[in-house]
Design a protein around this ligand. Sequence first.
Ligand code: ADP
Ligand code: ASP
Ligand code: MG
Length: 818
Amino acid sequence: MNVLKFGGSSVATPARIRSVIEIIKPYLHEKKCAVVFSAFGGVTDILISLSLSALAGKIEYKDQLQALETRHLDAVRELIGIQKQSSIIAQVKFIFNELEDVLHGVYLVKERTPRTQDYIMSFGERLSAYIIAEALNDRGVKAEFLDARTVIRTDNNFGNARIDFAVTNKLIQDHFATHSILQVITGFIGSSASGETTTIGRSGSDYTAAIFAGALNASSLEIWTDVDGMMTADPRKVKKAFTVKEMTYEEAMELSHFGAKVIFPATMQPAMVNRIPIWIKNTFNPTFEGTVISEKSNGKNLIIKGISSMDKISLLSVQGSGLVGVVGVSMRLFGTLAKENISVILISQASSEHSICFAIEGAKTRHAKEAIEKEFLYEIRNQEMDHVKVEENLSIVAIVGENMKHNPGTSGRMFSALGRSGINVNAIAQGSSELNISAVVHEQDIAKALNVLHEAFFLSDRKVLNIFLVGTGLIGNSLLAMIQKQFEALAKQNHLEVQVVGIANSKKMLFNEDGLTLETAVNQMKESGEEMNLNAFFGNMIAMNLSNSIFVDCTSSEVVTEFYESILSSNISIVTPNKKANSGTYQKYQTLKSAAFKRGVKFLYETNVGAGLPVINTLNDLLISGDKVIGIEAVLSGTLNYIFSSYKAGDEFSDVVKQAKEKGYTEPDPRDDLNGMDVARKVLILSRESGLPFELEDIQVENLVPENCRGEMSVEEFFKKLETHNALFEKLRAEAESRNEKLRYMAVLRDGKTKIRLGSVNDKHPFYSLSGSDNIILLTTERYHDRPMVIRGPGAGAEVTAAGVFADIIRIGNYANG
Ligand code: ADP
Ligand code: ASP
Ligand code: MG
């Protein structure tokens, strides 16, 4: 005998019911089976809402009821041939009349007892199983509707009735002894000794199926649902979740206790007692093997089997001197809760016994607090105990697996993963069986918690990086193109999935938690994005609370950098070519470094100096390995290098600058290059990276903008005035040439001082042959003493800069998961 159960999602529409019938058919040829059905998807919730409307005196409940009736009648019309339809329609209408009567009663007397509520909820399963039984018959599968109230005997605890197994098993066995054709059974419902309808807990159809399987000593119990089995996490919350092929009853029970909705925890009990394997199968993918839950499980390679979560939790704590060493406090506390029918989800007690803290369902918070304070009235009055402390809007996340026992460090891995993502843990509990470790976190952190834990424990999977990009100019755009182009390769070779979840320019912004489509993202942002506002952008970025978030600043704005500290403090890494933050005050530079360090996130800015050239990383690598910087000489302005390397005899200096501007090598106002400030900022960053606590004023800069060309004036005016200085520049050039030297605008850091000036170098010097807009950096260190290390190449341009930014992003992705 096989017992099959189909959940609400498997029978939500007539089309789905037809596929369920196709799944059932082959079983009939092989061996006997019985099938249990839930109400059509969502119907139990509708029944609850109907009864609430009626209770509140809202006559609209009648429209809702009408819609529900139509849904069921439509199902009959779609599933059953025309000849038989009318009698079945009449029966369904008859059942709905009964429901209408009871709802009308609730509406009139404005009272709805738990008993009435159970009766109302029972209609969902009674209707679905009846209609499906008839549909089976209509398709040539001989079947009989079985109202489980006739065989499942429970107590009177409405809403959560307990099974009387002795009576139930006997009734089921007797029924099956006399009914040999396929039984189509209502899930979820039973009846008490006095014949009242009861329900056995939300999602209880799984339990119904297990009760039948146990009573009939079935060879297997199959739970058919809408996912590929029991997965490593809820696939709606963790996209990377995958099916676990085998697990033990204990593991499945633990996972479902903490919210893995696939199977109702109590289901395990009758199956376990009778050692019946439980299969979790997908109605929408019937050939897939799914998960088998049994006494033993292999899967030694998995330290944990799954991660689950429960929302709407409150944490209550009682504490006080009166609790220390007093026997029986816990008993009174938990006894009170049990008396009030409040179940405790998790308990954690400090070893000092000074406080006990436990989690309960959020809806029961007030009830629990009042009951406990009543029980401990005397202690509270005498100040031996404080008032019950309550923390609300929490969630529980639990990792589950039997192999934890054999793997020390599991909890370390769990809490460091949570910590690194900035998730605060309010309470921790570990089952003594070492089967689960659970943590209470804030509700808004739960999606992130599930994802980072999934990443930390199921390493084989890909890691997702979530990028927020501000600035979609040349660099930003090249970066987007690169991410798009490399997507597949990174996923395959580096197990990294780089998705861009937010972009903005100065006018508009656009977000998509599932990743924007990169080809069209910028246009889409321009057309349909919201108006850009930095506060809103960062507020949203932090509220989205995604794991591995990276903020990429491709602007050159100072205002954006003012948000860096709070971004890093929200556990979001930053990658940027924007120099403004690191060349602001030394204190700001330090603050950002330590904010990143404290939060275990990264602040990477390789492209602040020399665009994509590996300058800052190289310098850091040298210093980390114990080397010391003796001096740095560098040409760091692509623009100025272009100007001085193309300036030849016969040229007018002002024309050379003008041409550079026309070719797009300079800033819109070329004085922003000629004043040397851009170079000064780069040198300042290099000095700071080498350990010198410099401010911008400590850098001596030769300003190449002649005195009378400074201040307010248009660019045309500036060029006019610059012409009057051509002779001076020509003199410098000619003198250098006469010594066989070339002019270079260079920075020198030596003996704790930094100077930037226009000088000349001879053909022995590495700067001599520097051409175009290249940069060059000579690092003289204790190790690279006689011949300096040379880093040279294109030091400007959107492509190379974007590549450097991209490399920093991947560097963050490659940091170990821990
Ligand atoms: P049914 O209608 O078949 O009873 P449920 O909605 O009760 O189905 O349960 C199936 C749902 O359980 C899935 O759609 C999934 O979102 C959720 N779920 C939660 N945790 C897990 C998990 N670890 N593995 C698979 N599904 C899970
Ligand atoms: N229909 C019931 C519910 O929604 C029982 C079940 O589906 O398992 O809770
Ligand atoms: Mg279910």
